[in-house]
Ligand binder design. Structure first.
Ligand code: SF4
Length: 354
């Protein structure tokens, strides 16, 4: 599940589940035609003919097949800030691709029509064609986003290789619930990742969401260790994860890696199976202040009001100012503060691009 809202700019066609064209990695054959998927923390045991919990990986004769390989439910050009990534190529557009299916069951999923079903209209993509499309659209990056890309790891990896071959950057927007092998493989090809850390309550993660907090923490640690640009999002659901202690724990975990990791604290809106009223903006702002005690860059998401600003730590000048998806990056020049020249902890495009 992704907490980030899907673009309305998708260009899907009527869904036709593909004839199986690809075989999965990350599984073990078992006696009796069974198979054990090793892609994510669930480690589904699949009987012959059955699908895993993500709905997109199927046991065909003891082999895991991928009937939705390369099937995109949405393709759109988005501001990179929409992922959200605030410290990676700020002000740029990213060629964004969404799929179907998810390995989590978040009852408040903001994209449930594509994450909790495989019935959405889809179009078939191929990795090289996707990279060509992104180049034609003058996007410096491709984002795998909207639904959960990890359950399509094989296609995402192939696309990331094709993107790198033509000089594009790769972005992953994910719940971080990948096994160690898949996490390493994906992140070794990835330039930037936004990981949902949905709460700091292992029981809630498991029982309510179908996820695993330790797996998500390990994913974030691997991204950091690999040098992949890392940002984190926490969607605040009233009465579920809106206490200061949980947000403080998330911030402390990130600060133990680096206090420069940006954290996005976002307001939830009633969706899918949750009718809990929307998160009050004052709650988001309070939790932003809580996280700021440990982290240098904490941003409020899905709340209106003052622009979201990043300042230079050396001279205090405004580097980037964002209001909605309108971005003023005039204080930033090729990864340095335009006023004092200090290097800033952002991945930026060369100065001449903007
Ligand atoms: S990726 Fe899908 S099939 Fe594999 S373990 Fe996870 S939920 Fe199960």
């Amino acid at each position: 599940m992704s907490s980030r809202k899907k673009s309305s700019g998708g260009i899907g066609r009527n869904a036709v589940p593909a004839t199986p064209t690809a075989v999965a990695r990350y599984f073990d054959r078992l006696p009796g035609g069974f198979a054990r998927c090793a892609l994510c923390h669930r480690r589904c045991l699949l009987s012959p003919g059955s699908f895993g919990a993500c709905r997109v990986r199927r046991n065909a004769g003891g082999t895991l097949e991928l009937p939705f390989y390369g099937m995109a439910s949405a393709v759109s050009i988005d501001p990179i800030e929409k992922k959200p990534l605030y410290h990676f190529l700020p002000g740029s557009s990213t060629y964004s691709v969404g799929y179907v299916g998810c390995n989590l069951r978040c009852p408040f999923c903001q994209n449930f029509s594509i994450s909790q079903s495989t019935d959405a209209p889809v179009q078939r993509l191929d990795p090289a064609g996707l990279a060509e499309s992104a180049l034609r659209a003058s996007c410096p990056s491709i984002s795998h986003t909207y639904s959960e890309p990890i359950v399509h790891a094989e296609f995402v990896e192939a696309s990331m290789r094709a993107a790198r071959a033509v000089g594009l950057k790769n972005v992953l927007v994910t719940n971080g619930c990948a096994g160690a092998d898949a996490a390493s493989s994906l992140l070794s090809l990835c330039d930037a990742v936004n990981v949902d850390i949905k709460c700091w309550d292992a029981d809630f993660y498991h029982d309510e969401l179908g996820g695993d907090l330790e797996t998500v923490k390990a994913f974030a640690e691997t991204a950091f260790r690999f040098g992949t640009h890392l940002e984190v999002t926490t969607l605040i659901v009233p009465g579920k994860n809106d206490d200061d202690a949980q947000v403080d724990s998330i911030a402390a975990f990130l600060a133990s890696l680096s206090p420069d990791i940006p954290l996005h604290i976002s307001a939830y809106r009633p969706m899918y199976r949750y009718a809990v009223p929307a998160t009050p903006p004052r709650t988001v702002r309070r939790l932003v202040e809580t996280a700021k005690r440990r982290l240098r860059y904490v941003y409020a998401g899905n709340v209106s009001g003052a622009p979201s600003i990043t300042e230079c730590r050396d001279c205090g000048s405004v580097l980037v100012s964002r209001r909605g998806y309108a971005v003023d990056r005039s204080g930033l020049a090729g990864g340095r503060c335009a006023s004092c020249g200090a290097v800033v902890p952002m991945v930026d495009l060369p100065k001449e691009i903007f």
